[in-house]
Design a protein around this ligand. Structure first.
Ligand SMILES: *[C@@H]1O[C@H](CO)[C@@H](O)[C@H](O)[C@H]1NC(C)=O
Length: 400
């Protein structure tokens, strides 16, 4: 029954956990993956995933002629959507946009045209732009709609404000797009030469999205699963019938928490270039958590056998680091919430989780003590059986 200590299941879990940061990035879709897929042998040297609305811009820019050949693609749309991509010399806003517009008309063919957006009450009526657009066309392929255009820009227009939009068709013409969420964040700058696309920095920008992903990953892993794994170890092992199930549950809970947590930590490293004092503390706690969590993983491999003389020290060490990780994790989730300052419901939700875990721990603690004391009383005639909830976390606990 000592299979859990032979090391191999631990190693497998641990290597999975350690590999996870390298596996995670492959899940992210990049615009490179679609650059093969343009009709008419079109080939673009540059590509950028725009921050919102599942939009991608591909382009070639000729520095001699200041001609930009662009393909603006939005994924996940239907024939009842219209698209627009614009350069706005007037600012990062809708009014003043020199727009390319496309939709499928009632005969089923795609129509693409230019429109200068002069007011917020626009109907995207066709009109000339402040720069030349010698070619424009559009296609709808599956759920991908793409506008192709050639823009004759002037020499100062290598960095431009770009605005893009997706809206519903209404009665055969472009209807009003949503005026909330991503649809009001679809603005930023584009540098045709460096390829750098910057969002508006507001809610819904790609940075904001990365911050949300970072927050959710870490609140779930460090902030929820890790404490749950500790509760499992502490309170399940008192039941003889849960032995050794609690041990495997504990290991798998902590290993998956660690895997997700390292991915979350990695997303935090990418965000970490804002250097306010608050962020520094948050980042340092994050680093400490990564180190402590990793040490816990390796310590598992070095765990002395239950009756080894050093096992007691190992237990003290394991519990100290474990509880430190839990306290730091919860503190850091709240620090992160302070920095990100999301809607109150997120903070409330996490407070709810912590309260639930805390109440669960309190109840289980009471139940455990009750069971242990009762067991001690009945076992007083057979002193070999001892059930300590603090002394030893070796499974097979209490089996003489
Ligand atoms: C860029 O434009 C110039 C002037 O029109 C032209 O001679 C040149 O071939 C173009 N370069 C490319 C790579 O298309």
């Amino acid at each position: 029954m000592n299979g859990a200590r032979t090391g191999s299941p631990h190693l497998a879990l641990l290597s999975l956990a350690l590999l996870s940061p390298f596996l995670a990035p492959s899940l992210a879709q990049t615009c490179q993956s679609q650059s093969h897929a343009f009709s008419g042998n079109r080939d673009y040297a540059s590509c950028a995933e725009l921050p919102v609305l599942s939009s991608y811009l591909h382009w070639n820019y000729n520095e001699t002629s200041n001609v930009a050949d662009i393909a603006f693609r939005v994924t996940g749309v239907t024939s009842s959507n219209w698209l627009s991509w614009a350069i706005n010399p007037a600012g990062q806003q809708m009014v003043g946009s020199q727009a390319l517009v496309a939709y499928q008309n009632s005969s089923g063919s795609m129509w693409a045209y230019t429109s200068s957006v002069d007011s917020y009450q626009t109907c995207l009526t066709p009109g000339n732009l402040s720069f030349g657009v010698p070619n424009i066309s559009a296609v709808l392929e599956g759920s991908d709609m793409t506008i192709f255009a050639t823009l004759q820009l002037s020499s100062g227009m290598t960095t431009v404000n770009q605005v893009w939009q997706v809206g519903p068709m209404e009665g055969g013409s472009p209807g009003t797009h949503l005026t909330s969420g991503d649809n009001i964040e679809s603005v930023g700058t584009l540098d045709f030469l460096s390829g750098i696309v910057a969002g508006s920095g507001g809610l819904g920008s790609s940075r904001q999205r990365r911050r949300n992903v970072h927050g959710v990953l870490n609140a779930v892993s460090w902030g929820t699963l890790m404490p749950m794994g500790a509760l499992i170890a502490r309170y399940l092992k008192v039941f003889q019938s849960a032995d050794p199930a609690w041990f495997y549950l504990h290991i798998s809970c902590q290993a998956s928490a660690y895997a997700v947590g390292v991915a979350g930590w990695a997303t935090g490293l990418k965000l970490g270039n804002e250097s306010s004092a608050n962020n520094k503390v948050h980042g340092n706690i994050g680093l400490a958590l990564f180190v402590l969590g990793t040490i816990q993983g390796f310590a598992l491999l070095l765990r002395p056998k239950k009756d080894h003389k050093y096992r007691l020290y190992w237990n003290v060490y394991h519990h100290t680091v474990g509880y430190t990780v839990i306290v730091l994790s919860i503190v850091n989730v709240f620090k992160g919430l302070d920095i990100q300052d999301p809607e109150q419901k997120w903070r409330t939700a996490y407070i709810g989780i912590v309260a639930f875990l805390g109440a669960g721990a309190a109840i289980l603690e009471a139940v455990t003590w009750y069971i242990v004391i009762k067991r001690k009383k009945t076992a007083s005639s057979t002193p070999k059986i001892s059930h300590s909830i603090n002394g030893d976390d070796g499974y097979n606990n209490g089996r003489a």
